[in-house]
Write a protein that binds this ligand. Structure first.
Ligand code: F6P
Length: 531
């Protein structure tokens, strides 16, 4: 809950701190409210113009231009991944080539920069540095303090601040101008995730008439919660700048359609086509996946063998329960720790026979709610170890580190059970990577939250409600005791599911529909539209 107030010319918002016996008001943020971010559109420098000419000349095949908040490290398939999006886009672009534009991750004292270009194999990376103010108000602000908590149903953590929204629109405009400076008529533009919802509309306003698709990597929220967002209708309308909008699951698509039906009285036809505001939008679900063969390959690497050996030797004679998550309140980590604690309480005879290894990848650490969950986990891990630990057994090992994907492949394979128990999650590729990394002769068991997008496909996992401590504790016991024949049977079905819908087929399905969508769209209405 936040409560704006004013102290000595500074605006502060107060947040109720629910931790501890008293609910204490403490400053939520402290910025000059009347100083909006500067919004000049960056000029493309001479050096960049030379790069742009080269880009345009580089063979006149229609290019794929991927746009996402962050451009990941594409140099190696082994880079520690900071999430499913980076993994998916890196993989998709390496196959087909193209341009990947996004924020460099740098905050600079000046205004936003024009893109810096770098070519790696078939991929040209175009990175934009953002002003400190934009990093604070767009990335830490509207993206991660407004849309992220809201779309993950945490209205209690959602900050509704106009300056955040202004900065969000500014950065989308900066990205649109950068793309317009090098886009060619046949290029197909594929925009990723909640940071860039209005980008399609901004591009149309600049006269960009290419096919433009959008994919949302996180869940679409329930209508009742979504309408708490000031200007929610504008955000939805801006999606009509796209030809195709993709969601992770049928559930998300349904929630999106529910908004249209209830708020606007509009209904998509049976193909997912919506006609509104003089434009036609196709909305469908495309569950994202991994390339399982790549995981199998990584599992053969030296680093994988080494991490496998170390995890097994460090837990000799014990069952290994594993968690791999970004440190994020949506991942349900305190609930997972509580479930493990309950498991040790309920089954005292199991103490000393199993350990939980939780890898927490640091994430968005400038956002206070992320610091809070990190602090809570350290304290909780200490409490569990203090309460149950013995001289020769530490129940819970909590590492706040990011491992390379090759090392992770070995860690997945070493585990007997993987707990993927988010409170709400777009898809969750850890669940799929764990399955792909298993030994077919002796596979581990996946415990999966019914609130992860992956649960729509991975129905042979042990599906749990992460809020239900007792059920999760029982699922841990069931997973540990599961006979080999059942483990193999479940794993085969799960692995077949993953192999049926790989990352490559995800990309191909989306691109196929995006390319096909142009023919059906209202050409006359393709230009600027505003509300
Ligand atoms: O999957 C959602 C997502 O926000 C992706 O867009 C991103 O790659 C990942 O989580 C990690 O987030 P961030 O870029 O904020 O570290």
């Amino acid at each position: 809950m936040s409560n704006p107030g004013s102290i000595g010319g500074l605006t502060v918002a107060w947040r109720l701190n629910a931790a501890g016996p008293f609910r204490v008001l403490r400053p939520y943020r402290n910025v000059e409210a009347t100083a909006p971010c500067r919004t000049s559109i960056p000029e493309v420098s001479k050096q960049s113009r030379v790069a742009l000419v080269k880009l345009a000349k580089g063979g006149r095949m229609p290019r794929l231009i991927v746009v996402s908040n962050r451009v990941a490290d594409i140099h190696s398939s082994n880079a520690a991944s900071s999430g499913g999006l980076a993994l998916a886009m890196g993989g998709a672009l390496k196959e087909e080539g193209g341009v990947w534009l996004g924020w460099s991750g740098k905050a600079i004292d000046e205004d936003d920069s024009p893109p810096h270009f770098e070519t790696v194999g078939k991929v040209t990376l175009a990175r934009i540095d953002l002003s400190r103010c934009h990093v604070d108000e767009y990335y830490n602000g509207y993206a991660n303090r407004t849309l992220w908590p809201l779309f993950h149903h945490r209205t209690d953590l959602t900050a509704y601040e106009q300056s955040f929204r202004d900065a969000y629109l500014d950065v989308n405009r900066t990205f649109a101008h950068a793309i317009r400076s090098f886009v060619q008529p046949d290029d197909v533009i594929w925009v990723q995730d909640y940071h860039l919802i209005p980008l399609g509309r901004e591009l149309r306003a600049l006269g960009v008439d290419n096919r433009i698709g959008f994919f949302l990597h996180i869940p679409w929220p329930a209508r009742e919660l979504f309408v708490t967002l000031p200007q929610h209708a504008d955000l939805v309308w801006s999606l009509f700048g796209y030809d195709l909008v993709g969601f992770q699951t049928d559930k998300d698509l349904k929630a999106f359609c529910d908004y249209f039906e209830t708020e606007l009285g509009a209904q998509p036809d049976e193909d997912g086509l919506m006609d509104l505001f003089g434009r036609r939008l196709l909305a469908r679900s495309y569950p994202i996946s991994i390339n399982p063969s790549e995981m199998v390959e990584l599992g053969r690497s030296e680093n994988a063998q080494e991490s496998f050996r170390r995890v097994r030797e460090g837990n000799a004679g014990r069952k290994i329960l594993l968690g791999v998550d970004r440190i994020d309140y949506s991942k349900g980590l305190p609930h997972k720790f509580a479930a493990f604690s309950r498991f040790l309480e309920r089954f005292p005879e199991r103490r000393g026979t199993a350990s939980l290894l939780q890898i927490g990848q640091p994430s968005r650490s400038l956002v206070e709610e992320y610091q809070d969950v990190g602090d809570e986990l350290v304290a909780e891990a200490g409490r569990i170890n203090g309460r149950f630990g013995k001289l020769d057994w530490m129940p819970l090992a909590y590492h706040t580190q990011s491992y390379g994907r090759d090392a992770l492949a070995g860690i997945y394979r070493a585990a007997d059970v993987c707990l993927v128990t988010p409170l709400r999650d777009g898809m969750n590729l850890v669940a799929k990577e764990f399955i792909a990394a298993q030994d077919p002769e002796d596979p581990g068991v996946l415990i999966l939250s019914r609130f992860a997008g992956a649960a729509e496909q991975l129905t042979e996992a042990l599906l749990v409600n992460p809020y239900d401590n007792e059920q999760c504790a029982e699922a841990i016991a069931q997973a540990i005791d599961m006979p080999l024949t059942e483990r193999i049977e479940r794993w085969r079905t799960l692995n077949a599911t993953i192999n049926r819908s790989s990352l490559s087929s995800w990309k191909e399905d989306f691109m196929h529909d995006l390319r096909a969508s142009k023919d059906g769209r209202h050409e006359a209405a393709a230009g600027v539209f505003s509300f």
